[in-house]
Design a protein around this ligand. Structure first.
Ligand SMILES: [Mn+2]
Length: 424
């Protein structure tokens, strides 16, 4: 289904007077409203192809209804999100869950919805049907060269799919590691992984980036071969200028200071991209901003400050992606909430008075430093984010409109109740 322009206009016109009151109130207390709105309009977040169906846990999966049955319908779903919020203008594909059999048609369909292709993701954490060698004991780290070669070849294939679609980055996340002491020689596992990554890196087209994503634990519980930002940075540094660290918010040990990690990676020019989600305990993959929005704001402040320091473009110089999976919500509603949370944190970070904060830091005025950050965090920036949507032709209240138009009900009518999104 497609949303019609007049459906959005009708929705906006009903809410316009109230929005204008809220917007005038907030913007009267802000110095740089126009430049913040411009940045908000430009800032797009890629939607992963695996987030459009209901996720599951190792205990089970409770499928939703009207889920997209193939890549075309996933693109159609992201098209709906994009029409509603004009902030979801990209898709991050997972191979082999979503193989574009006809790149030209898929590309045209995405373009029709105003969507470009962000980083492509490889998968050597599962065995596929008819696969010659198993990844049970790892992929790029494996003791057997034939297994490593199979994993390398898969990554090269993923780059080719990405090339055909206009992607310019590959994200490599490895579940490689060990579950028990003595299972692996750490140095050999690292060396094998590095050599394998070097082969993949060598096949990167011009302008492409490689994102090396780390994760502290799970599915391996004793060691992970790319287990933290230090290891990822080590690989990325040894690989070369096209390799970067990717930070997934859920991939740290509890209470890690992610904002500090972000700051130092930016300082080194080695932060490549971001996977947004939220968590209470581990890699919970919950809706962005649902558990700890203050942490999200602090991370965004370091991102904005660090990018400005390096003269980087906020919208284009890093890869911004959601990586979440939902078990109890409608996936599209969850994604609307996630995108909104990201934009709110970004807008709040833009509000921080950097000069004042630097001055407070220089004078060891700790209380004032806290006040400066929390003044920005406690500002209700939702009318700014809504204004950015209004000016882009999107809905003032995307979730409200999604429900009023009964979008899910229509998708169920089109697709049925027993659908299961590919890859899940
Ligand atoms: Mn991730």
């Amino acid at each position: 289904m497609n949303l019609k322009k007049n459906q959005i206009e009708d929705h906006n016109s009903k809410l316009l007077a109230e929005h204008k009151r809220n917007f005038d109130f907030v913007s009267s207390g802000i110095k740089e409203t126009e430049s913040i709105i411009k940045k908000l309009i430009e800032f797009q977040i890629a939607i992963p192809s695996w987030a459009l169906g209901t996720g599951g846990t190792r205990f089970g999966r409770f499928a939703g209804a009207g889920e997209p049955r193939n890549l075309e319908e996933k693109i159609e779903d992201i098209g709906l999100l994009q029409a509603l919020n004009k902030s979801s203008g990209a898709i991050s594909l997972h191979i082999p869950w979503d193989i574009p059999n006809d790149a030209k048609t898929i590309k045209a369909l995405a373009a029709h919805h105003g969507i470009r292709f962000d980083a492509v993701n490889s998968n050597t954490f599962q065995d596929q049907k008819d696969q010659k060698h198993s990844y049970k004991f790892g992929s790029l780290q494996h003791v057997n060269k034939a297994v490593r070669q199979q994993a390398i070849d898969h990554n090269l294939e993923v780059i080719q799919y990405g090339k055909d679609l206009g992607s310019e980055a590959i994200t490599v996340w490895l579940s490689d590691g060990s579950c028990f002491p003595g299972q692996l020689n750490f140095r050999k596992a690292f060396q094998h992984t590095l050599e394998s990554l070097q082969e993949i890196y060598g096949a990167l087209p011009d302008r492409w980036k490689m994102f090396v994503e780390y994760k502290a634990y799970e599915p391996n519980f004793y060691s992970m071969t790319v287990g933290d930002w230090g290891q990822s940075l080590l690989y990325a540094s040894k690989l070369g200028p096209k390799a970067f660290t990717l930070v997934d918010l859920g991939h740290h040990l509890p209470n890690a200071n992610i904002e500090q990690i972000v700051s130092l990676l930016l300082m080194e020019g080695k932060l490549g991209g971001f996977h947004f989600n939220d968590s209470k305990y581990g890699d919970d993959d919950l809706t962005v901003g649902s558990i700890n929005p203050y942490q999200l704001f602090l991370i965004f402040y370091e991102l904005v400050e660090g990018m400005d320091e390096q003269g980087m473009n906020h919208a284009n110089d890093l890869g911004w992606m959601i990586d979440a999976s939902h078990n109890v919500k409608d996936p599209l509603e969850d994604l609307l909430q996630s995108v909104e949370a990201i934009k709110i944190a970004y807008a709040q970070a833009l509000l921080v008075d950097k000069k004042e904060l630097q001055d407070a830091q220089q004078n060891n005025d700790v209380a004032r430093a806290q006040e400066i950050l929390q003044t920005a965090y406690r500002t209700d920036v939702r009318p700014l984010v809504a204004e950015a949507r209004l000016r882009s032709g999107a809905a003032l209240q995307p979730l409200h409109l999604f429900r009023t138009l009964k979008v899910r009900e229509q998708l169920i009518r089109e697709r049925g109740t027993a659908t299961v999104a590919t890859g899940l």
